[in-house]
Write a protein that binds this ligand. Structure first.
Ligand SMILES: C[S@@+](CC[C@H](N)C(=O)[O-])C[C@H]1O[C@@H](n2cnc3c(N)ncnc32)[C@H](O)[C@@H]1O
Length: 231
C-alpha cells in the first residue's frame, strides 16, 4: 500500500514547525534570546509571532537566491517586516555560519535557539556538521531542532514511493538530496560533539504527542524525523 502524497503529507510540515516552536517556547524560559531560522524558506514564524516571542531577536538565514525571492514575495503581499527580524543571506556550502552570523550582528555570548527544517537533505554532510559544531560552541542552553531524512532501508513500504518521488522531483529541479541520517548514529555524533542533551522525536513519539486520537489521515511520517540537541 502507498500513502497518497498530498494532503496527509502536510502533517510533516505542520508537525515540524509545531515541535520546533514548542521547544523554542521552553528555551525562552531558560533564557534564550535569539532565534536563528536556518534555511528559512517560507517559514512564517516571524510574521505571526506570538506575544511571548517579542523578547527574541529573530534571524532568517537562507540561500541568497531563496531569501531574495521571499523578500520580493513579502513586499508584493505587503507583509510588514517585524522590528525584531534580521535577514542574513548565506550559502552554507560557501560561507561558514559563524561568519554569516557575525556579519548579521548575532551575539555569540547569548544562549540561542536554531531551527533547521527541511534543509539537511540538500546539504553536504560537511556543511551540516559544521552547523552542528558552531551551535555546540555557543553558550550553555543553546539548542538546535532539526529535521532529517532517513536512509531508504529505514523508510517503511507504505511511504517508500512518496519519498522516492520527492527525492527524484528535487533532483530534477537541480536540488538533489545529498544527505540522510540514521537516528542512532546521529545521536551518537551529536553526543560526541559535546551536546549535553540529545532527543530523538521518533515517529511513534510524534504520533503520541501531536496526532493521538485523530480520526483523519494526519500522522507522523517515518521518512522525515526530528531531533533536538541542547548545549
Ligand atoms: C524545503 S525548503 C525548507 C524551508 C523551511 N525551512 C520550511 O520548514 O519549510 C529548503 C530550504 O533550504 C535552503 N537551502 C538549501 N541549500 C542551502 C544552502 N546551501 N545554503 C543555504 N540554504 C540552503 C533553501 O534555500 C530553502 O529555503
Amino acid at each position: 500500500m502507498t500513502r497518497p502524497v498530498k494532503s496527509p503529507f502536510r502533517a510533516v510540515f505542520i508537525m515540524r514547525s509545531r515541535y520546533t516552536e514548542d521547544c523554542l517556547a521552553e528555551a525562552l524560559i531558560r533564557g534564550v534570546r535569539q532565534y536563528v531560522i536556518l534555511g528559512a524558506g517560507l517559514d512564517t514564524f516571524a510574521y505571526r509571532q506570538p506575544s511571548w516571542a517579542s523578547s527574541l531577536r529573530i534571524y532568517e538565514i537562507d540561500h541568497p537566491a531563496s531569501q531574495e525571492w521571499k523578500r520580493e514575495r513579502l513586499e508584493v503581499a505587503e507583509v510588514k517586516i517585524p522590528e525584531n527580524l534580521t535577514f542574513a543571506p548565506i550559502d552554507f556550502e560557501i560561507t561558514s555560519l559563524r561568519e554569516g552570523l557575525a556579519t548579521a550582528g548575532f551575539d555569540f555570548r547569548t544562549p540561542s535557539f536554531f531551527s533547521l527544517l527541511g534543509v539537511t537533505q540538500y546539504l553536504t554532510i560537511e556543511a551540516t556538521e559544521s552547523i552542528f559544531e558552531l551551535v555546540q560552541s555557543l553558550p550553555q542552553g543553546t539548542e538546535i531542532v532539526f529535521e532529517f531524512i532517513v536512509p531508504e532501508d529505514l523508510i517503511p513500504a507504505d511511504e517508500a514511493s512518496v519519498f522516492a518521488t520527492l527525492a527524484s522531483f528535487s533532483a530534477e529541479r537541480g536540488e538533489p538530496w545529498l544527505t540522510r541520517f540514521r537516528p542512532a548514529e546521529l545521536e551518537t555524533k551529536l553526543t560526541g560533539l559535546g551536546f549535553s542533551q540529545v532527543t530523538h522525536l521518533s515517529p511513534s513519539a510524534a504520533n503520541e504527542r501531536y496526532f493521538r486520537g485523530r480520526h483523519d489521515e494526519l500522522a507522523a511520517w517515518s521518512g522525515a524525523q526530528m531531533m533536538r540537541a541542547v548545549v
